[in-house]
Design a protein around this ligand. Structure first.
Ligand SMILES: [Zn+2]
Length: 428
């Protein structure tokens, strides 16, 4: 290798490592939180794959100093993640009920009827659109994962198997399809090309149409230390301040916002064309002011998070080490995606957890990515009678504690890792 090519290859590496903001294009240099190397959190392993190599990717979230978008680089392409997806929305009863309530509310608020068109982006197995269809509102789902889209099609819900963006929006427009309502629930975080996605929504939206988007609220993530909700499938993490920047960049305006309890605390935002006739509800300005007061327009607010996460890791490990030193047995409850971020970042393997359990039969007999903790059916806890049950889906802690209160029969305790380690007595 001569010196010329050496310099060229060095420059190429420097460019690859440079991070540009997915929203505003500024150079992004500040760490929000660095969770080290991690495998994809939904890549559960079958027994015959346990000795094979497992791909690990950086889980390093950065924050933009201009628009304050918290983001991961696109280490893994959406093609790899979303073409075949193990998550079926209809499995979650609370989420199905949430979708139904939303549909009833939005149909009356926007006065939707037989002449309208509602389009859902990432429509999954049709769990939401089926409600609109039964209210006689014409619908179209867009879903890239063929296996889940197939379920929707079998239910009679018109679904296009494709990734959404400006290209597809123009195709739909050419077919005479334009939307009165565009729905994007927990999809915004999952698009690597954010601007193409939002530009597509603008193309597809009628002049007086409405877009509603739901996404986990960054304010709650920071305040409640929910670092384990960061994983490779989620490229972006939004405050309301950043959503407002996004709207401005794309000729849209925020007309309303609601704070929801779902996924550890989410926002539902309502957007319309900037030139539309909608007035802005006072809630919009109120939330923007609140976030400003909380420091969401100052970089320092974001930069203190990394230290707090490291402290939480030390506390959790302290607890687990002490329990093991005393000869206690520990198992997990649940095998959610976020559990795998937590287990891999903290290095919690079978040296601490004998096994974990899950309600989803697809996961039984499989192993968690990275730490290879066996996943069993829920009744394994009763057979093993462990001293501690670590609740990995901490957002369902009350539900789990109620369902599993018999853990108290043998003196067992629940442990909740987030926001801080907490031990719960099932009997109280
Ligand atoms: Zn930015």
């Amino acid at each position: 290798m001569n010196l010329g090519t050496f310099h060229e290859s060095q420059t190429a590496t420097a460019q690859e490592n440079e991070c540009r903001c997915r929203l505003c294009g500024s150079k992004v240099e500040q760490t929000f939180v660095n969770l080290g190397m991690s495998p994809l959190c939904e890549s559960f392993l079958s027994r015959d794959r346990l000795d094979a190599m497992e791909p690990y990717f950086p889980l390093h979230a950065m924050v933009c100093g201009e628009c304050f978008l918290v983001q991961l680089k696109e280490y893994v392409s959406p093609e790899q993640i979303f073409r075949e997806y193990a998550y079926f929305s209809s499995f979650s009863t609370t989420w199905v009920a949430h979708a139904k309530a939303y549909c009833e509310k939005i149909v009356s608020r926007l006065n939707l009827g037989r002449e309208s068109l509602a389009v859902e982006l990432a429509s999954n197995d049709g769990y939401l659109l089926q409600n609109l269809l039964s209210m006689s509102v014409p619908v179209l789902g867009i879903e890239p994962a063929a296996n889940v889209a197939k379920v929707a099609l079998e239910k009679g819900i018109p679904t296009r198997i494709d990734f959404f963006g400006e290209r597809l929006a123009h195709e739909l427009l050419a077919e005479g399809k334009q939307a009165d309502l565009i729905i994007g629930n927990n999809v915004l975080a999952q698009v690597p090309n954010l601007n193409d996605f939002v530009a597509g929504m603008r193309v597809l939206l009628k002049p007086e149409g409405i877009i509603t988007l739901e996404f986990p609220h960054l304010q709650r993530l920071i305040e409640e230390n929910q670092f384990d909700t960061i994983y490779h499938e989620h490229f972006s993490y939004f405050s309301f301040v950043t959503i407002s920047e996004m709207a401005k960049l794309h000729g849209l305006k925020l007309i309303d916002v609601e704070e929801l309890g779902t996924h550890g605390g989410s926002l539902r935002v309502y957007l319309a064309h900037a030139a539309s006739g909608y007035a802005q509800e006072t809630r919009v300005a109120e939330l923007l002011h609140r976030e400003k007061d909380l420091g969401f327009r100052r970089l320092s607010t974001y930069l203190s998070f990394d230290q707090r996460v490291k402290r939480t890791k030390r506390r959790l490990l302290e607890f687990l080490i002490e329990a093991k030193e005393k000869g206690k047995t520990i198992c997990g409850y649940g095998a959610p995606g976020k559990g795998n971020t937590l287990l891999n970042y903290c290095g919690i393997g079978r040296d601490f957890l004998d096994f974990t359990v899950d309600r989803n039969p697809y996961k039984h007999g499989r192993f968690t990515p990275g730490q290879h903790i066996p996943i069993l059916s829920v009744d394994a806890i009763e057979r093993a009678k462990p001293n501690y049950v670590l609740i990995l889906p901490w957002n369902l802690r009350d539900e789990v504690a109620t369902q599993m209160c018999h853990v108290g029969d043998w003196g067992g305790r629940f442990v909740v890792p987030i926001p801080e380690v907490e031990v719960l007595d099932p009997k109280t």
